[in-house]
Write a protein that binds this ligand. Structure first.
Ligand SMILES: Cc1cc2nc3c(=O)[nH]c(=O)nc-3n(C[C@H](O)[C@H](O)[C@H](O)COP(=O)(O)OP(=O)(O)OC[C@H]3O[C@@H](n4cnc5c(N)ncnc54)[C@H](O)[C@@H]3O)c2cc1C
Length: 451
């Protein structure tokens, strides 16, 4: 039993929230996209939310957590989709948004504090001719620490792959929960120990990442009379090596009608392809669109900053807009089988009709252009969702279950031994975000690794 009075006294110098309602509000993210996750998470809450401002504050919090065996979970902007920052076992939720400074930039290499917001980072570094390689569609609010700890990729993945791909993370500084907490530096491949680990393997205070050359991005929407023509066009854009691109998103009819910002530019029955291209690539893309039967329906030029209109219709923003028109929509996430994308969609459209609507994102994976799908799924119960998942898996899709808060059952797909080993070293009591890592639970249950 934690003596919270003693804890409050020990951490009195650090700003905090203690009332239950505030702690609960700050403990929740966008897990309500999942009718399966939400009932499991909606009542979970941290006992305290703390707002450290210095490394000394962080060390003080870590010492108390170790001494009192208090779970410690980190909160960036709480835009995760799977309850990643929701403390399953209460404890302390650390808000890291005061750690928002750029530490240094050396050409295409950036060292930044983990609580910095992605859009703010880009604003700061763009004058140098560089920018972030990727953005989630929550670009304006999400933090870089939360993106690497909880996200997977997004806008930019069409060129640079996903965050876990080699070369996309160069280093990290991490606070440990060892008997005597400290900061450790991870460089190169060692930094993968904290990449997409939901903060179970340490509190990240700084990240070192590679940048991309900054381009004068242009937003453009091209409409097609069929989803298959739209998919072929998006693939042609993604595969055109000479085109500089950041996004190709396909929204099959009637999904564009769910998105207020673009619905007037899309006729009933049309599929929309949302593109982010460099200004120099626009003309060629328009020619390809015209050759393939597309109609340019909406455009925005680099002068119209910020260019977030189409970004905020893509990736999981599509799900957000669909749910705002009808909360019965939920979603799945998957990689479609290479070369069989159109055949799979065709087969599932015949079988599942309007209860599955196809939202596709083009990305680069292991050197190939791949089609990721985030279909909107009308929720008709857990069994029906499982049936759809099973059928998709049997058809060759690789599913990344968005209806679980367990790290390995979602995006990771398997136990990461490097992450487990690192956690055993730096968090022997299993206090970082407990309950999210199956590898730990299978080995230690609710127990610590030390006896
Ligand atoms: C509408 C919508 C659209 C989205 N689109 C995308 C998308 O395109 N691509 C994508 O990848 N994701 C997407 N997401 C998910 C999410 O927005 C992103 O992954 C985002 O980058 C998370 O950042 P955050 O600051 O909100 O992190 P949080 O939600 O606060 O945290 C995410 C996880 O990281 C941990 N964490 C946060 N900071 C740290 C730290 N400093 N050290 C250790 N652990 C930490 C938390 O404990 C939690 O487990 C979307 C979500 C929504 C609701």
């Amino acid at each position: 039993m934690v003596d919270w009075t003693a804890v409050d006294h020990a951490l009195a110098g650090i700003e905090s929230d203690r009332d239950r309602a505030t702690c609960q509000r700050l403990s929740l993210d966008y897990a309500h996209f999942s009718p399966i996750l939400w009932p499991q998470l909606q009542d979970r809450a941290a006992d305290r939310v703390l707002y450290p401002r210095t490394e000394a504050d962080l060390l003080a919090i870590a010492r108390v957590c170790v001494q009192e065996q208090i779970p410690l979970t980190v909160r960036g902007a709480a835009t995760g989709n799977y309850g990643q920052c929701t403390p399953l076992q209460g404890g302390i939720l650390v808000d890291l948004t005061a750690f928002d400074q750029i530490v240094w930039q050396r050409g295409s290499r950036l060292r930044v504090q983990a609580g910095a917001k992605l859009a703010a980072i880009d604003r700061a570094i763009r004058p140098s001719g560089w920018e972030l390689r990727w953005a989630p569609s929550t670009y304006r609010t999400a933090t870089i620490g939360g993106f690497f700890a909880g996200g997977s990729g997004g806008i930019g993945s069409i060129t640079y792959g996903q965050l876990r791909d080699r070369g996309n993370l160069l280093g990290a500084k991490v606070l440990t929960l060892e008997a005597e907490p400290r900061f450790v530096e991870l460089q190169g491949e060692a930094a993968q120990a904290i990449n997409h680990a939901y903060g179970c393997t340490g509190l990240i205070t700084e990240l070192e990442i590679p940048l991309a050359p900054a381009y004068d991005w242009q937003e453009c929407m091209v409409n097609f009379p069929s989803w298959s023509a739209a998919l072929s066009f998006a693939q042609a854009i993604a595969e055109a090596d000479g085109l500089i691109k950041k996004m190709a998103c396909v929204l099959a009819d009637p999904i564009p009608s769910f998105c207020k910002a673009i619905k007037d530019a899309c006729h009933v029955g049309e599929t929309a392809v949302l593109l982010l291209l460099s200004e120099s690539s626009q003309e060629v893309a328009e020619a390809i669109a015209s050759d393939m039967g597309g109609r340019i329906s909406w455009q925005r030029s680099p002068q119209d900053q910020p260019l977030t209109t189409l970004i905020e219709q893509s990736w999981n923003h599509t799900t957000l807009h669909a749910r705002s028109t009808d909360p019965a929509w939920t979603y799945l996430q998957m990689l479609l089988p290479l070369g069989q994308e159109a055949a799979l969609i065709d087969a599932f459209q015949s079988r599942w009709g309007d209860s599955v609507l196809w939202h596709l994102e083009l990305l680069r994976s292991h050197g190939q252009v791949r089609v990721a799908a985030l279909p909107l799924v009308r929720f008709e119960g857990r069994d029906r969702l499982q049936q759809l998942t099973d059928e998709l898996t049997a058809a060759g899709a690789i599913l990344f279950d968005p209806h679980t808060y367990c790290l390995e059952d979602g995006g990771m797909k398997q136990i990461d031994i490097q992450q487990l080993t690192f956690k055993e070293q730096i968090d022997p009591q299993g206090l970082f975000n407990p309950g999210k890592m199956r590898a730990w639970a299978e080995k230690y249950g609710d127990r610590s690794a030390v006896t």
